[in-house]
Design a protein around this ligand. Sequence first.
Ligand SMILES: [Zn+2]
Length: 396
Amino acid sequence: MSELLLRGARMPGGVIADIAIRGGRIAAIGPGASAGFLAGAPTDVDAAGCLVLPGLVDGHCHIDKSLWGTPWHPHQAGPTLQDKIRNEREVLRALALSPQTQSARLLERMLACGTTHARTHVDVGPEMGLSHLQGVLATREAWRDRIDLQLVAFPQQGVALQPGALALLEQAVREGAEVIGGLDPIGMDRDPKHQLDGIFDIAGRLGCAIDIHLHDRGDMGALTIEMVAERCAALGLRGKVALSHVFCLGMLEPARLDEITRLLLDQDIAIMTHAPSGPTPFPPVRQLHAQGVRLFTGSDGVRDAWSPLNNGDMLERAYLIAYRCGFRDDAGIELALDMASGGGARVMGVSGHGLQVGDQADLVLVQAETPAEAVVYHPPRRMVIKRGKIVAHDGH
Ligand SMILES: [Zn+2]
């Protein structure tokens, strides 16, 4: 007997099918899927021809310091990275918000938008200690049935610059973060060896993954990727490292880009871009995908001191990637969608993410004919299902 029967859902190929869900997994799909599952299904839902997609994956967000659900806060930061970090400390000190409350407020929004998995970078450093991490860990526990959350211990204020930062990052991993973060080892710390040796040492000993924010442009960024790949190979961390933003990949000469792409492939380093606003360069998505580099995306900061622009909607994020990349064909738009779904799931190590029998029943239903149309219009999500249970409805 199924726990949930979805009648008349539109599969991405256009076929209308029933989807039977049992034990939190897809048990059967097809016009006759209901036959063996009809009797006594406690929840029987008419999907009304809505398109069904695998749950969306926000592969890079910062839910601990969002201003979501609080009065509008006009953006006041200056243009540089240091300006933004300084401004953020001032804003967070002045507002004194709770990371636990703010992360829960934002998760409610993300879930309503169809996000069933997220990797969130959580500030860790001498100033806040592990307080943000503890807040988000409490939220993760409270939300465990609705969203799978992976935590990155993130040194927002640097590593070499902050005595004690490495010990705190290690402690954060011991207390529940699955990933260790980093930030511009050259531009921020001006001591790439210190930062990279430090975080790779922790990852090597504790077996966690790595996800480094890399805003450094041009060859400074490319040099950092070389240093990352070298350490990845030395410690046997192939496939466990991601780099976020990586603006430099949008700036290199073709021959240099080829060299760097080879390193990304050799070490299976995944690349996250959220399609930055304004004139900021970003990685050449279609080219990297064609060469086999794993790509994913995320909201980055949602309504926070870094920017008021992002809102936690991963279908809209896929649209923004397509828009900035100039993708008009379905294949390009579907690539952007995969970055906001399967691409992020693979980086997070999620198994059974998809629409096959046996896959986890993490689904989002939306009124659209095709995945490309769902991205372009990104209408309110009709229904969100997590492990076979309906967790959001009509955008709420
Ligand atoms: Zn970020």
